[in-house]
Design a protein. Structure first.
Length: 457
């Protein structure tokens, strides 16, 4: 009998993924470390307990104190559980990217939640890092700071690594986990490499994250990847970093949930997608272990919502969909957009030279792999602005841009586009969660004309 819920943290099961192994024709053993059996339902319970115990020992957290932490959800839940057991109050700072059920979950534990915009730099006063720092000072609180706290990776070095070594009888050959704070992968790697330096450690990473060479945005998978390198980042311990797209992450999460009966989230899907790539290269005597950080129950309104998946262009609703409309224009056109710093004159020149009336405003950071939408400009609005003040021509677009264009997924029904274009002159088509093209009423007319012509022929 456990004396408290904190005694239930760790010693999570290791389960062989037999169905996935059959589907993907794997010769090795592919197994999953299922962190969902922790009291808070995620791997973050481990460092939450370790960080609080260390803070108490060092006198950084006094009885009745307050904990402030920026989190995507799971660390917050772990901290809230420990706080409930040890008499602390909690304030958690989250971005507006996280699923709403995660916010509700933290509030259910009695925590205060502050939501900040995700599309800002870490140093911006509105970023969730900056807000957490401000609240820590204002509340005279303790901030565990999972991104820099050495007790984060230490928790996994003390528990996760030894558990895996014991559960595989020392035969583990590969370990794959997502990299976010890097506490899980670094701590586990430290222990495993000490036991056997030949064990391969592979970090799974969103393809726009800095760990894979990206800028850190945009991507939709939650709780992994970063736009900076945290203190626990230890590339000397990693044998490979495998970039995984949002689409592959989410579709793999759905596949694992459907085929194995294990409900996992987007970050778990990302890790499994990377593990499958590793397992396909592994031999019959290898044991490939992937860590699943949390449950898919925190993503029911996102990854497991068919409408959400279709709107972001991850799935198809029908055969005759928006993709077919774009094909009537020939090759799917490159997304035309302006950066927020471009001038109104540049925006007008771009629209005029391409014969278009609306364009999105997108941020881009080297290596210019992905566009992050921040607004839009319309020729009618610009015409009125310039008429009122000719000096607007040299003004940055971000000063005069309008709201983002309504979005529609590349696999959604044409009927939906017809209805949406009744209220808006243009739509932004998403594919794989990222902007692909602008769809206009003219595009639909061209499509309907082509369909009618084919029927007559």
């Amino acid at each position: 009998m456990a004396e408290s819920v904190l005694d239930l943290i760790g010693n999570t099961p290791l389960v062989v993924l037999r169905r996935l192994s059959e589907i993907h024709h794997l010769s090795c053993v592919l197994a999953m470390k299922t962190e969902t059996t922790n009291p808070g339902g995620s791997a973050k319970d481990r460092p939450a307990l370790e960080m609080i115990l260390a803070a108490e020992h060092d006198g950084l957290l006094l009885p009745g104190g307050t904990i402030v932490e920026p989190t995507s959800g799971n660390t917050g839940v772990g901290l809230a559980i420990v706080a409930a057991q040890r008499g602390y109050s909690c304030v958690f700072v989250m971005t507006d990217k996280v699923a709403p059920e995660k916010i509700s979950l933290l509030r259910a534990y009695g925590a205060e939640v502050v939501v900040c915009p995700v599309a800002v730099a870490p140093e911006d006063p509105q970023s969730y890092y900056s807000v957490a720092e401000r609240l820590t000072v204002e509340r005279n609180a303790f901030r565990p700071n999972q991104y820099a706290n050495p007790n984060n990776p230490l928790a996994h070095e003390k528990t996760t690594g030894p558990e895996l070594w014991r559960q595989t009888g020392g035969r583990i050959t590969h370990f794959i986990a997502g990299a976010g704070t890097c506490g899980t992968i670094t701590g586990t790697a430290r222990f495993l490499k000490q036991q056997n330096p030949d064990i391969k450690i592979i970090a799974a990473d969103p393809d726009a994250s800095v760990f894979s060479g990206g800028s850190g945005r945009p991507y939709l998978v939650e709780g992994v990847g970063e736009d900076f390198f945290p203190a626990a980042w230890a590339p000397e311990l990693y044998d490979d970093v495998i970039p995984i797209s949002d689409a592959e992450s989410f579709l793999t999460a759905r596949e694992v949930s459907r085929e194995e009966g294990i409900l996992i989230g987007g970050s778990g899907g990302m890790a499994v997608a990377a593990a499958i790539k590793v397992a396909k290269r592994a031999g019959p005597n290898d044991i490939v272990v992937v860590l699943n950080p949390d449950s898919g129950r925190g993503y029911l309104s996102r990854v497991f919502d068919d409408q959400w998946m279709a709107n972001y262009g991850f799935t198809r609703e029908c055969e005759q969909c928006i993709g077919e409309v774009l094909e009537t224009r020939g090759n799917t056109p490159q997304l035309l957009y302006v950066n927020p710093s471009h001038t109104v004159r540049q925006a007008i020149d771009l629209m005029r030279s391409n014969g278009i009336s609306q364009i999105p405003v997108c941020k881009n950071t080297p290596p210019f792999a992905f566009a992050e939408v921040s607004g839009s400009v319309d020729e009618l609005d610009l015409m009125e602005a310039v008429h009122r003040d000719p000096g607007v021509m040299s003004t940055a677009v971000e000063k005069v841009m309008g709201p983002k264009l309504p979005t529609i997924g590349i696999g959604q029904k044409v009927e939906l586009a017809v209805a949406m274009l009744d209220a808006s002159p243009a739509l932004l088509v998403l594919s794989g969660g990222r902007p692909l093209s602008v769809l206009t009423r003219t595009d639909l007319l061209t499509y309907f004309e082509a369909v009618a012509g084919a029927a007559d022929g």
